[in-house]
Design a protein around this ligand. Structure first.
Ligand SMILES: [Zn+2]
Length: 96
């Protein structure tokens, strides 16, 4: 059986955001759209933008794109840490 060729949409099927051009996971999350570097064009990119996706930037390709997936999920980590801290803390009410 032949191994299927990698398709463009394979980049959208993983667990983490990847650069649509070079496929790297080493991305920078942008708070705002960069005015210099180009935005990745495509209906899927636009769809993810409409979906409220985060903006990522590939430093190698200097391209920006939207992806709904979370690379490291720092918020989830913080929540987990806070939850464990609450669990570990003695139940004694608020400090005076
Ligand atoms: Zn890239």
């Amino acid at each position: 059986m032949r191994k299927p060729e990698p398709r463009w949409y394979a980049l959208y099927l993983g667990d983490y955001p990847r650069c649509p051009r070079c496929g790297t996971y080493r991305l920078t999350k942008l708070a705002a759209r960069d005015k210099i570097d180009p935005m990745n064009k495509g209906p899927l990119n636009f769809a993810q933008y409409m979906w409220g996706a985060d903006l990522y930037h590939c430093r190698y390709c200097r391209v920006q794109f939207y992806d709904v997936r979370k690379p490291v999920a720092p918020e989830a980590k913080e929540k987990a840490a806070a939850a464990s801290a609450v669990t570990a803390a003695p139940a004694g009410g608020e400090p005076a």
